[in-house]
Design a protein around this ligand. Structure first.
Ligand SMILES: Nc1ncnc2c1ncn2[C@@H]1O[C@H](COP(=O)(O)OP(=O)(O)OP(=O)(O)O)[C@@H](O)[C@H]1O
Ligand SMILES: [Mg+2]
Length: 400
């Protein structure tokens, strides 16, 4: 009997732990670790700051304030405090009521926007692998959860959230510092209605690391999409796009690194495809996107040899497939890779002459073409994500 009572009490306690009241600021048994806000440190020295962060980190607290600035330490493991319960807890609460959290910062920003009718901006900065991209996703996830809205708003939210896997597939890569390093700058703008519902968005990208398309350092990979396509493509796609194993392609085999721990390229590929779907890229265009990706890979396998100081395509057979995938004539491709047009003006006359390239110049031209194609493809995807957000009507365009 006594046992049963104990059991019952335990159950009740668990239930009350799950409720909002128990964990709101009235609860006084939240464990303290160091100081929540470093303006409270008795001494502001680098040692004291690092010591406080370390202490908190050891106790699994990754967030600490310095006034209104939030510091976040990468835990490299899933923390338990990113659930619905926390979303509930931080909504409408003041900063001092709960332990420091990215949700608190986001909520504060969201409320300020609604109350003051003023644009808000979060700046996330830190070294590679610090957790900026993950933090940005938590912010978007939180806003998506707390802002209401009907079907159309849900659609905008879906696009905002789905633009992440899509742009990461094409813009992120494994580096020695981060297995999912963002290799482009992103400025994401979400527009809200007066009621606080997201009704549009705009994404600008800048500085995509184009050199990665044609060359990677040791232990690094090209952009994820290449490995996703090679792992996840259907039998039919393999056939149509001439897909082989990654070590077959010059643009992938230079670093001899193909797999990333904890990444499943195959399932990420289906996520990329469904993201394209949600964003509103029609299936035939999706196919073209993949065709371009494969075309760039095949383009990279065109090599050149020396022929009397001029470059000659080593194996003409290798021209046909990339030309087909890129929708261009293979003769023209060969011509463009091994020569360039030069316009000369003499008096009122202008003359155009073909200058033949040497091997080095030809390889450089091939790589420039690959980089140009890839970066335009990336721009297209960024634009498509933005257009999806604004429902393609342009009315919700840039808020500037
Ligand atoms: N809050 C977190 N919880 C759990 N893991 C995290 C968290 N933040 C980051 N990580 C881990 O660290 C990795 C790197 O983080 P992230 O990609 O956000 O870095 P970044 O600052 O965007 O780096 P880069 O400048 O290279 O893009 C993530 O893939 C994830 O595994
Ligand atoms: Mg990043």
């Amino acid at each position: 009997m006594g046992k049963e009572v104990k059991h019952d009490q335990k159950l009740r306690m668990e239930m009350s732990q799950g409720s909002k009241e128990r964990f709101h600021w009235q609860s006084h048994n939240v464990k303290q670790s160091g100081v929540d806000d470093m303006v409270l440190l008795p001494q502001i020295t680098e040692d004291a700051i690092v010591g406080n962060l370390r202490k908190r980190f050891m106790d699994d607290y990754i967030f600490t304030y310095i006034g209104s600035v939030l510091i976040s330490v990468n835990p490299f493991k899933q923390m338990p405090y990113f659930t619905e319960r926390e979303i509930d807890l931080y909504q409408g609460a003041a900063q001092y009521e709960n332990p420091p959290h990215i949700y608190a910062l986001t909520d504060n920003m969201y409320r300020n926007m609604l109350i003051d009718c003023e644009n808000q901006c979060v700046i996330i900065s830190g070294e590679s692998g610090a957790g900026k991209t993950v933090a940005a996703k938590y912010i978007m996830g939180y806003i998506s959860k707390v802002s209401g809205g009907g079907e159309k708003v849900q659609h905008v939210k879906d696009i905002i959230l789905q633009s992440n896997p899509l742009l990461e597939a094409f813009g992120n890569a494994k580096t020695v510092r981060n297995n999912n390093s963002s290799r482009f700058g992103k400025y994401f703008e979400i527009q809200f209605s007066r009621g606080g519902e997201p009704d549009g968005g705009k994404i600008s990208n800048f500085l995509l690391e184009k050199s990665r398309v044609v060359m990677q350092n040791e232990n690094e990979r090209n952009f994820h999409i290449y490995y996703q396509l090679l792992e996840g493509a259907s039998q039919e796609q393999r056939q149509n796009l001439g897909l082989m194993t990654p070590d077959y392609y010059y643009y992938l085999n230079q670093s001899d690194t193909y797999k990333v721990d904890g990444t499943d390229d195959r399932s990420d590929f289906s996520e990329t495809l469904s993201a394209m779907q949600v964003i509103g890229i029609p299936p035939n265009i999706q196919q073209l996107v993949l065709q371009l990706v494969a075309g760039i890979l095949h383009l990279g396998n065109i090599s050149f040899c020396e022929d009397g100081n001029y470059a000659r395509v080593e194996s003409v057979d290798l021209l046909a497939f990339p030309a087909y995938l890129l929708g261009i004539d293979s003769g023209r491709l060969q011509e463009k890779l091994t020569s360039r047009k030069m316009d000369s003006r003499w008096g009122g006359r202008s003359e155009s002459i073909d200058v033949t390239l040497n091997v080095e110049q030809a390889a450089y031209t091939r790589d420039a073409l690959a980089k140009g194609l890839y970066s335009r493809l990336f721009d297209f995807l960024v634009e498509a994500s933005g257009a999806g957000c604004s429902g393609g009507q342009g009315g919700l365009g840039p808020a500037n």
